[in-house]
Design a protein. Structure first.
Length: 551
């Protein structure tokens, strides 16, 4: 025990010094970023650099494992590693103060390099948060480590006086870090409040082409099935932005330029809202959605027809002699997505969306403007926080995800999902409603079939269709018998193509395969025999217990 106490006395103050120095560095960096650009904060830029350099398979694993919390997990991972690094530097500072200080400055250099490497970097000023944070952290470590080295040393400054000096310096450092961090959060919040006010003040105009009225039968009355229209709060979010961009609607601009654009333009939001708007019900699907996965949803979108905007600028589809076959959309955070120009201009409801389910886009879904193209997976069509559209060719440019082994062209595959019963459910024997959704945007769903175990395929009942660009609900009445059962579903699209049976992972162009769930139907309890029932005291031994007791 004495050895442990001695080690703790020697190492503990150094570890605490390192942690407090790291907190100081982060707090000062957050404060500086609030003054320069919040997106340039070290954890954000380092995390973004990690995401950019992570192999596609690892990203896919992160989405499968953490879902929409993948960014939270990444931030926590960075902070944990930073904490361990800080503890090591604090302990090292007891014997090698120069090397420890150099380690803090090295971390700042990593943050500065990451800031400059980001595609949304505003310029050299983005290195300031990391540089200021590293300087403050190095100073804090120098002061605290100097006090820590005096602990237990002989002489008038040893003993209780040195402990008081160290604790006083530690408390002052913690207070300064907390103050700087709080100020940074307040300033960042003030920037965000301006964007929030611009969204709250935005009045969406009525569409020139409203969405068709939904038939009463699009939503089945089945507990557990997905709602036909996904509430905004439940709509999936999959992107690489560690912090959600909060753009002021008044300051937002969209640039349209590139190959075959005869009349390049820059649009304000007011200019887009003054154009004739369309409103459509569209199901969006993420390419990272596994078979039976949750990353799809349907909303009523309001926006500017993208094809009309392009034609007005002089753009022609490749089939009409156009020079560009790829439309590259750029987000404010530097994300690039590439869409086939032919698909954008073939008559489908491709749009620059400004509204979602009757309200302005939420920040997490791309306020003030996002792009979407029905029938294409989101990574090639659904650019959030869009600020730039460039017409080019597939041969000339590879967007973000294509550089990471995903396919250039990604039409949505025909898929179906069982929503109820859930996997490993225990429904009672008798009638059981099996239900879910099927989708094949751009083609529609013409048939859904259900199979129990290895039995024959049976036709499910389809809900009313709301168009080829939305999912379609279905249900099947099953007479469940006791035992374990596998329920499988498959869909047929509007062209007569049956959903592929063979399982494929999401990379490179979306998952495929039939969705199945396994359920267990319990045995039906036997009814008691007729006649008088003999009462049995709960604590009286049974006949079997009496026989055992007599042995």
């Amino acid at each position: 025990m004495s050895t442990f106490r001695t080690t703790l006395t020697r190492v503990g103050p150094g570890a605490l010094s390192g942690l407090l120095a790291a907190c100081t560095a982060l707090a000062v960096a957050v404060l500086t970023a609030a003054l320069v650009r919040p997106a340039a904060a070290p954890v954000t830029v380092v995390g973004g650099a990690v995401v950019d350099r992570t192999p596609a398979a690892v990203k896919d694993f992160a989405i499968r494992t953490f879902g929409e919390d993948d960014k939270v997990a990444l931030r926590l991972g960075i902070l944990v590693l930073l904490g361990l690094f800080a503890v090591a530097l604090g302990v090292l500072a007891r014997w090698y103060p120069g090397a420890a200080t150099a380690g803090v400055l090295l971390f700042g250099l990593v943050g500065a390099a990451a800031a400059l490497s980001r595609p949304d970097s505003a310029g050299p000023e983005d290195v300031l948060p990391s540089a200021a944070g590293a300087g403050a952290g190095a100073l804090a470590l120098h002061v605290l480590a100097g006090r820590a080295r005096l602990l237990g040393s002989p002489g008038p400054r040893g003993g209780g006086r040195s402990r008081r000096e160290f604790l006083t310096a530690a408390a002052a450092t913690a207070a300064a870090a907390a103050t700087a961090g709080a100020m940074g959060q307040v300033l960042t919040g003030q920037r965000g409040r301006g964007a929030a006010a611009s969204r709250a003040a935005l009045a969406l105009p009525a569409p020139a082409s409203p969405a068709p009225v939904l038939a009463s039968g699009v939503q089945l009355d089945v507990p557990g099935i997905s709602a036909f229209t996904t509430p905004v709060r439940d709509f999936y979010r999959v992107d690489t932005a560690l912090s959600v961009p909060r753009l002021d609607a008044a300051a937002w601009r969209l640039r349209l330029h590139g190959k075959g654009v005869a009349r390049p333009r820059t649009y304000t939001l007011d200019e887009l809202l003054a154009r004739p708007l369309i409103e459509r019900d569209i199901t969006l699907t993420c390419v990272s959605n596994e078979v039976g996965g949750p990353y799809l949803g349907t909303a009523r979108w309001l926006g500017v027809p993208l094809a009309a905007l392009l034609r007005e600028a002089g753009v022609r589809a490749p089939s009409q002699g156009g020079r560009a076959d790829q439309l590259v959309a750029r987000s404010v955070d530097g994300m690039t997505l590439g869409s086939p120009v032919e698909d954008v201009m073939d008559g489908r409801a491709a749009m620059l969306a400004v509204g979602m389910n009757g309200e302005p886009l939420p920040f997490r879904h791309g306020f003030p403007v996002r792009m979407l193209v029905p029938g294409l997976y989101g990574y090639v069509s659904a650019c959030k926080w869009i600020t730039d559209i460039e017409l080019t060719t597939f041969d000339a440019y590879d967007p973000y995800w294509v550089k990471r082994a995903w396919a250039r062209r990604a039409p949505v595959k025909t898929q179906s999902r069982i929503d109820t019963p859930k996997p490993f459910a225990r429904p009672a024997a008798g009638p059981v409603t099996v239900a879910g959704v099927a989708w094949a945007q751009g083609r529609g769903i013409s048939r859904v079939e259900v199979r129990i175990d290895d039995g024959p395929w049976q036709d499910a009942t389809l809900a009313a269709a709301a168009g080829v660009d939305t999912w379609r609900q279905w249900s099947y009445r099953w007479q469940a018998a006791a035992g374990g059962h596998t329920i499988t579903v498959r869909a047929t699209d509007g062209t007569g193509q049956v959903q592929a049976e063979q399982r494929a992972r999401t990379i490179p162009d979306g998952a495929s395969g039939w969705h199945s769930v396994f359920v267990t139907v319990p045995e039906t309890p036997a009814r008691p025999a007729s006649g008088p029932v003999r009462q049995h005291h709960p604590f009286a031994p049974s006949t079997e217990q009496k026989l055992k007791g007599s042995n």
